[in-house]
Design a binder for this molecule. Structure first.
Ligand code: FAD
Ligand code: NAD
Length: 480
């Protein structure tokens, strides 16, 4: 008889490991299957986020920012530094240690919550059976009442710039450079391109970002995107929109990229390293037996309803492998929701209020609808903005670039969206997300007491500005 679990989760990224922990907390006999192996060949939990995504990229962003700050930004505070040196291998090693601590932490959490950790490749068979093939090739089949598929996503490859993991890399390779490339090309001016482009730009690379679309950060609020583009360009990122890559040729340790520019003219650029980051796609290789019965949607994601149930009763799917933004926190919340629904609770997710952040410096953060989306919906709206240049706390920190923008319904005053480019935008936008979750109006937010001097006061002022009541800036009230 094969061992039976109440819940088997396949994949231990932020969606899967959170689902497994919550299921175990709720009293279910739970196992989590993971096939990721570290450089020593050992199984590790944590998925993309912990191993090659959110955490390592932020570790390098912080190291690179500290270098830049020490070198270029302290003089204004009256602090002089002598020669500031960087040690790229030490930065990469620090990042590696953080990854090791955090992935090891998941193993500890599994243990303390009673989750059985199985290393190997999991495959869903018909009848909610899960076949696990370990790293030695040994196969064991388990039975489960519920199976949660959390197999994540993989980078999209493009034939015009095939990744060779040497000169042409994807995001994973770009977290491992042992020296600063003099000339760095980035294909794709999205989240990864801007974050990793910023890391190497701050450390001294000349960075050119080739973005196929005509607009910069086309999915974001365009007022904020334009401001972000201005700031990042000033920092040295050479962002070329309407640039469609048509080919690449590696010769020795460099690559020459050809692309058509906004006028349709062919251009070439030569780089020492090229990062391809044109999006990610759901990853389901080897996950499902031919007769598992699980359906996909038209874009290749596992098809699920609003509660992450697939078309097969007792089989669920969460995280990057299903529709919605590819964000760690979205997958984690889906994991909690599914575990709780298995337990008979009525948990749900408000997909309209999922914050997103680009961790450049300053950060770009958003929650809710953009002005473009509100306009297209036909809803009447009012906007309040407040620039960081008018914030005392931002001035004290010499972080005065950017603005907060709050969009409210013109009749109900309910907050529809908040978009920020500026210092600590990630943490600021979360405050508005909390307000939105409680159905706050702009007036409610304006009536709250904010500590002084804080960056949060910019949110207070933007909320007041919705009604033309901002105190520390001249008011421009406008109904749309
Ligand atoms: P994953 O994290 O991809 O985990 C899936 C796991 O399933 C993997 O470990 C995989 O090995 C395993 N698996 C797959 N198939 C099988 C199988 N058959 N058997 C066993 N195991 C299997 N998001 C943010 O919210 N904030 C950020 O700052 C951020 N930064 C990022 C930076 C980079 C460079 C990248 C690449 C991504 C970043 N993301 C960020 C996105 C984030 O990493 C993903 O949204 C998140 O990891 C998705 O979680 P997941 O659990 O669905 O999938
Ligand atoms: P993305 O979708 O953010 O950006 C990809 C960009 O590449 C787009 O602007 C697109 O127009 C452009 N593009 C597509 N094909 C192209 C081509 N052939 N030539 C030039 N440009 C092209 O994708 P990403 O940056 O690869 O990130 C993948 C996912 O990972 C995202 O969905 C994101 O949510 C997630 N992620 C999140 C964070 C974060 O939350 N801070 C950080 C990194 C990654």
């Amino acid at each position: 008889m094969s061992e039976k679990f109440d819940v088997i989760v396949i994949g231990s990224g932020p969606a899967g490991y959170v689902a497994a922990i919550r299921a175990a907390q709720l009293g279910f006999k739970t196992a989590c299957v993971e096939k990721w192996r570290n450089e020593e060949g050992k199984g590790v939990n944590g998925g993309t986020c912990l191993n090659v995504g959110c955490i390592p990229s932020k570790a390098l962003l912080d190291s690179a920012y500290k270098y830049h700050e020490a070198k270029d930004d302290l003089a204004i505070h009256g602090i002089s530094t002598k020669e500031v040196k960087m040690d790229v291998p030490a930065m990469i090693a620090r990042k590696g240690q953080i990854v090791k601590n955090l992935t090891g932490g998941i193993a500890g959490l599994f243990k303390s919550n009673g989750v059985t950790s199985l290393f190997g490749t999991g495959k869903l068979l018909a009848g909610k059976k899960v076949e696990v093939t370990d790293f030695e090739g040994k196969t064991v089949t388990y039975e489960a009442e519920h199976v949660i598929l959390a197999s994540g996503s993989n980078p999209i490859n493009i034939p015009v710039a095939p990744v060779d993991n040497d000169v042409i890399v994807n995001s994973t390779g770009a977290l491992e450079f042992q020296a600063v490339p003099k000339r760095l090309g980035v294909i794709g001016g999205g989240v990864i391109g801007l974050e990793l482009g910023s890391v190497w730009n701050r450390l001294g690379s000349k960075v050119i970002v080739l973005e196929a679309m005509d607009s910069f950060l086309g999915m974001m609020d365009q007022q904020i995107a334009k401001e972000a583009q201005k700031i990042l360009t000033k920092q040295g990122l050479d962002i070329r929109t309407s640039s469609r890559v048509t080919g690449s040729k590696v010769k020795g340790k460099e690559v020459t990229v050809t692309y058509t520019d906004k006028d349709g003219k062919e251009q070439t650029e030569t780089f020492d390293k090229l990062i391809v980051c044109v999006g990610r796609r759901p990853y389901t290789e080897g996950l499902l037996a031919a007769d598992s019965g699980v359906k996909f949607d038209e874009r290749g994601f596992i098809f699920v309803n609003e509660h992450c149930a697939t078309n097969i009763a007792g089989v669920w799917a969460i995280g990057d492998v299903v529709r919605g933004p590819m964000l760690a926190h979205k997958g984690s919340e889906e994991g909690v929701m599914v575990a709780e629904r298995i337990a008979g609770q009525k948990s749900q997710i408000n997909y309209d209020i999922i914050p997103s952040v680009i961790y450049t410096h300053p950060e770009v953060a958003a929650v809710g609808k953009t002005e473009e989306q509100v306009k297209a919906s036909g809803e009447p709206y009012t906007i309040g903005t407040f620039p960081f240049s008018a914030s005392g706390r931002a001035m004290a920190a010499n972080e005065t670039q950017g603005l907060v923008k709050i969009i409210a319904h013109a009749v109900t005053d309910r907050i529809l969206g908040c978009h920020i480019v500026g210092p600590s935008a990630a943490d600021l936008v979360q405050q508005v997300a909390i307000a939105m979750e409680f159905g706050s109006s702009a007036e409610d937010l304006g009536m709250m007491v904010f500590g002084h001097p804080t960056l949060s006061e910019t949110i207070h002022e933007a909320a007041l500005a919705v009604h033309g009541h901002a105190i520390h800036i001249a008011n421009k009230k406008k109904k749309h």
